[in-house]
Design a protein around this ligand. Sequence first.
Ligand SMILES: O=C(O)[C@@H](CO)OP(=O)(O)O
Length: 249
Amino acid sequence: MHRLVLVRHGESEWNKSNLFTGWTDVDLSSKGVDEAKEAGKLLKEHKFDFDIAYTSYLRRAIKTLYFIQDEMNLLWIPTYKTWQLNERHYGALQGLSKLTTAQKYGEQQVQLWRRSYDVLPPALTKDDERYPRNDPKYKDVPDQFIPVTESLKETIVRVEDYWLREIKPQILAGKRVIIAAHGNSLRALVKYLDNLSATEIMQVNIPTGTPLVYSLDEQLLPVEKYYLGSDTRIEHKIEKAADPDRVME
Ligand SMILES: O=C(O)[C@@H](CO)OP(=O)(O)O
């Protein structure tokens, strides 16, 4: 049996102000920093230990992982960063308010952009300053992989590729793995691991800063899955991830 831990980053500045974020490299809010430290404490309290860590190229996930590792005295373990675990690219929606966008295009359309399997948000043009080709972080990423927008479907392709090439072999070799990533890149991995349908994945919302623990069998098929922490708090955070404007602190 193998154990895998997934953690969505703590609350970011743009989660707090409810803006579409995607590949925008925003920082954690102070609440997000506390959530990350809390996640590290919980993991330590429950005697988790890791041999390898993975995260994205985005600071909110990198810092969340750092605070977790710091709490667990695991800053020393091999830690790999990849653009393939980045948040789903939100195209031309990046930087817009989710509330104002829902008022303009209707809640149903926004829900499709946010949670459907294959509806693409409006694309960026390549002369847009938000186009990732202009960001030095992605200088080694070939052109065909640089997105102008992504649905969950495209996100799954890159997440699954990284999982199969890099992460899965390590777990099969007996390494204990933690992955700190994003709401939608983790939904991509959850859809893959749990073999969910396009309809089922629409209902999945990943709460910020909350360890999601998988027990996997020898084929890495899930046997058990649970969030670490208090049930009522987790429920509240899931509701907030689903509908940030309706759920207040
Ligand atoms: O803005 C984003 O990139 C994501 C995650 O914060 O938002 P949503 O939950 O709406 O997909």
